[in-house]
Design a protein around this ligand. Structure first.
Ligand SMILES: [Zn+2]
Length: 483
């Protein structure tokens, strides 16, 4: 995702939804059976897979897979490939494709039924830059301390990658034979240009569904108790629009109207005061209904009222006033940069501003730019879409097979935890798969406390206790959707 663009929502608080909670008796019967058959409340152990996932994660963290000189994404890919091949994959079925300074990996496990479209498990191997001098520990030396695995990429998302690799190897070990082809697709520049993701999405455009194990996840309360799990079925579209006003300029002792900076400023004030129409989708309705249970009373009441009636002015005002919810109820646009003038004693010849938007699914960027143009209400202001690396995508459908499989898999490790959908802030690998019309879902199994969420930031970490339930989850999820 474009740097800071995505990860806040995608990893933090998200959603839930009664409408999609599939607590069918069949699932409960199945969970009961699994629990009962192992003779205790926990599902059967997969110690080798657990140990391998943690070991692979540490080895991957030690590789500096940051864009630029010395990018070690290809080494991360080689690490995973050698594990997969040692674990029973045919070397010819695990391809590493170099692209510029990075690479992507595609591992194929052929299903028994060639008529079925493949199930893609998606992740990324690159990480955001980390300056060692700012960290308490070296970001590229993995350390486990007080039950937490520290290192750049621990939570975003080398542990998820390692879990997926170890789970596939465990399935091989157990003699599993998928009916549907399984494809592990790991990109190499998700945090920056997303060129490898676009190549992967094109190559895999015949897929049935994408499970992106980099997104959403579970919430732990401050005491470490699991609260809920959310999966992501949509993301907002990232956009940047450049506004420019030009003027002949002149000597500052001979001012005239309009002044380019004043003219642009006036339009920016109008844009700053503007609120886009509140919107509700099936996904966000489900989110608000469930997420309300974890909010303070005013916000909870507003969430419930908005889910029932998105035109309710009082709840709209409350949700718009709250930075954690304003992005969930519609498109937002803000000024992020301004630039103007060229000398202290000259009339400005040019003033520019960048408006950054997070667009609610269902609207093309051009439509939002036109809306901003109307709000700016000044034909002298030129608008230009300068967005890079982003495409507008619609929400993926709330598929029963996905919801059932995710809910069942989570409940194996975290019985009865509420499971509901959410919408992410945007620009994960899922964007490019959705662009190819492949339903794509953020389904990372990691449960985190808010106080441990440092993806892209300092002292990034992830609870080691997540490993065992995550392997259990992935074993269940991957088989349910491919058997
Ligand atoms: Zn990520």
């Amino acid at each position: 995702m474009p740097q800071a663009a995505a990860s806040f929502y995608s990893r933090s608080i998200t959603s839930k939804g009664n409408a999609v909670r599939p607590a069918t008796t069949a699932i409960w019967a199945c969970i009961f059976f699994l629990s009962a058959s192992s003779g205790d409340a926990k599902p059967a152990g997969h110690d080798r897979a657990d140990a391998q996932a943690l070991e692979l994660a540490k080895q991957a963290i030690a590789l500096r897979s940051v864009r630029g000189d010395g990018n070690q994404v290809p080494q991360v890919a080689a690490l995973f490939k050698s594990a997969l091949v040692a674990g029973g994959f045919d070397a010819a079925d695990v391809a590493i494709m170099p692209v510029d300074d990075t690479a992507f990996l595609i591992a194929r496990w052929k299903g028994r039924d060639p008529k079925l479209k493949p199930l893609v498990i998606s992740g990324h191997m690159d990480v955001v830059e980390a300056k060692a001098s700012d960290w308490e520990r070296d970001p590229f030396t993995p350390v486990v301390e007080n039950g937490l695995l520290y290192g750049r990429g621990s939570s975003d998302m080398k542990l998820d990658d390692a879990l997926a690799v170890a789970t596939l190897i465990e399935l091989k070990r157990e003699g599993y034979q998928p009916r549907r082809t399984l494809v592990l697709a790991l990109s190499g520049d998700e945090e920056t240009a997303m060129k490898t993701t676009q190549m992967l999405a094109r190559e895999l455009s015949n897929a049935e569904m994408v499970l992106n194990v980099d997104g959403s996840g579970g919430q732990l309360d401050p005491q470490g108790e699991p609260q809920y799990f959310s999966w992501s079925g949509a993301e907002k579209t990232y956009a940047d629009f450049e506004l420019t006003v030009t003027s002949p300029g002149g000597h500052s002792s001979r001012p005239y109207d309009p002044n380019a900076i004043s003219q642009l400023s006036a339009a920016l004030v109008r844009i700053g005061q503007y609120k886009f129409k509140p919107e509700l989708s099936a996904l966000t309705r489900a989110y608000f209904k469930s997420a309300a249970d974890y909010e303070r009373p005013e916000i909870a009441a507003a969430m419930r009222a908005f889910a029932a009636d998105p035109t309710d002015a009082k709840s709209v005002a409350a949700l718009q006033a709250n930075p954690a919810t304003i992005g969930k109820i519609g498109t937002t646009c803000v000024v992020t940069m301004i630039n103007g003038g060229h000398a202290l004693n000259a009339l400005p010849q040019r003033a520019t501003a960048n408006i950054n938007c997070r667009i609610f699914p269902g609207h093309p960027r051009a439509e939002i730019m036109e809306e901003l143009r109307r709000v700016a209400a000044d034909s002298a202001i030129q608008f230009k879409d300068v967005s890079t690396g982003s495409v507008a995508t619609d929400a993926s459908p709330i598929r029963t097979d996905l919801v059932d499989a995710v809910t069942k898999a989570i409940h194996l490790g975290y019985p009865k935890v509420p499971v509901f959908p959410t919408m992410s802030a945007g620009a994960s690998d899922s964007m490019w798969f959705r662009n190819e019309h492949i339903p794509s879902y953020g389904v990372s199994p990691l449960f985190m406390k808010d106080s441990d969420r440092f993806a892209h930031g300092l002292n990034e970490r992830v609870p080691v206790g997540d490993v065992q339930p995550s392997v259990t989850y992935m074993l269940s999820l991957f088989t349910d959707l491919s058997k």
